[in-house]
Design a binder for this molecule. Structure first.
Ligand code: FES
Ligand SMILES: [Fe+2]
Length: 413
């Protein structure tokens, strides 16, 4: 069996402040989704009730939402890993969603996910054997099927009757979409929510590659950074992309869509060298969906040429994963394009990681923040509104009502 953290090291080669890479023992399931306060969460001096709907301050500032850094949404799908990282007859152990999770692919090609902790005495099942159908624990050999139900306790004598199927390790619903595996976190329900999809790829053949970083912040901070257009000219500087000189006004139409919003299709701005050269022939569409998924398509003459999906998945309260899947539809060039695309994505993710690490230096002091500043900060505010509505809707057993209204946002970038 494969221990995921060992087989997929960070690709980022830049040496930066050490990131927190949690181990199984650093996790406690008891903390999942609760309101214990991580470093950098809501400081005490900001009164309760200051929310994302708080009145604007004198300079168009909106106070930081009260729920930042305290929870992640339940009853929703989270990105786990690329499908091709789980081969037939193999399993992978991942530290995600406040738990240790075993993801496997059976001999028939179907995938499954269960808690990677034996309900007998706690040994991770990933150290045991997987025969393509059942997992056996490395400690006393108890066997579990792919639903996490115990099927055998080898130490029992034939006359020692135990209803072994009453013993179970938690199973996670899982599905594959657009070349990736997603895990459902929460209570399964009759009508499961949609997995965030890369719809611009529907009906097209594509190649893909994934870059990953582990970010030492609560997922809220990573999501806010992911959808924040104002950091781009400062954090994502490179000779082939752009720098922070000559900021220009951008004006984009946002419409509510699914559990988030779509920035409607437009010509890419020519702030970067790449788009200066070929931007006239392109159109791009950017979207965000809960719990933390940003997709982008770039279409050439109306057909998706490249696309990306960047997802944030919590590891625990203070750490999350950022996975950036790049897709391209001119197939057959993977041998050439994969290393180039990975190098570019790694540089981007490395820049986001570095600023997140630096942000933590300040957040340790629990400063009072003015996190949401319009217009560039409004997507961050919408994210918190969406989270709250999702939690309310799933608790009340009703449909999600998108709280976002169509509007044009303007910012300098
Ligand atoms: S700890 Fe797994 S069988 Fe005992
Ligand atoms: Fe970024």
């Amino acid at each position: 069996m494969t221990r995921f953290c060992q087989v997929l090291p960070l690709r980022i080669s830049v040496q930066m402040e050490p990131s927190v890479i949690p181990t199984a023992s650093s996790n406690s399931n008891a903390n999942v989704g609760t309101a214990s306060r991580p470093a950098g969460a809501m400081p005490d001096e900001i009164p309760e009730g200051v929310t994302e709907n708080a009145p604007e301050g004198p300079q168009g500032l909106i106070e930081r939402p009260a729920l930042v850094g305290t929870s992640w949404v339940k009853n929703i799908w989270y990105f786990a890993l690329p499908s091709d990282h789980v081969k037939k007859g193999k399993t992978v152990s991942m530290n995600l969603l406040g738990d240790l999770i075993l993801i496997g692919r059976k001999s028939d090609g179907s995938i499954f996910a269960m808690r990677d902790i034996c309900p007998h005495q706690g040994a991770p099942l990933s150290f045991g054997r997987f025969d393509g159908n059942q997992v056996s624990c490395p400690f006393h050999g108890w066997k579990f099927d792919s639903d996490g139900v115990c099927t055998d306790i080898p130490a029992l004598c034939s006359d020692q009757q135990v209803n072994v199927c009453k013993i179970k390790t938690r199973s996670y619903p899982c599905q594959e979409a657009d070349g990736n595996i997603w895990l459902y976190y929460g209570e399964p329900r009759a009508e499961m929510p949609d997995i965030p999809r890369a719809h611009g790829l529907d009906g097209l053949k594509y190649d893909q590659t994934v870059s990953r970083v582990i970010v030492p912040t609560h997922m809220d901070y990573a999501v806010v950074a992911l959808i924040d257009p104002a950091h781009v000219p400062y954090v994502h500087k490179s000779w082939w992309w752009r720098n922070d000189s000559a900021l220009k006004e951008k004006k984009k139409l946002y419409v509510p869509a699914g559990t988030g919003w779509t920035m409607v299709k437009h010509k890419p701005s020519k702030g970067s060298l790449l788009f200066k050269l070929i931007g006239d022939f392109l159109e791009t569409e950017i979207a965000f969906r809960l719990p933390g998924c940003r997709t982008e398509y770039i279409q050439l003459f109306g057909r998706t040429a490249v696309a990306s999906m960047t997802t944030v998945t919590p590891i625990d309260e203070n750490t999350c994963e950022l996975n950036h899947t790049s897709y391209w539809t001119f197939t057959g060039w993977k041998w050439l394009l994969k290393p180039i695309v990975n190098a570019m994505a790694d540089e981007f993710l490395g820049q986001d990681l570095q600023i997140a690490q630096r942000q933590q230096i300040g957040l340790k002091f629990k400063p009072k923040l003015t996190m949401i500043v319009k217009d560039s900060g409004l997507p961050g505010s919408w994210y918190f509104q969406g989270k709250r509505e999702w939690n309310n809707a799933t608790e009340e057993g009703r449909k999600f009502v998108n709280p976002i209204k169509e509007r044009v946002l303007r910012w300098m970038t």
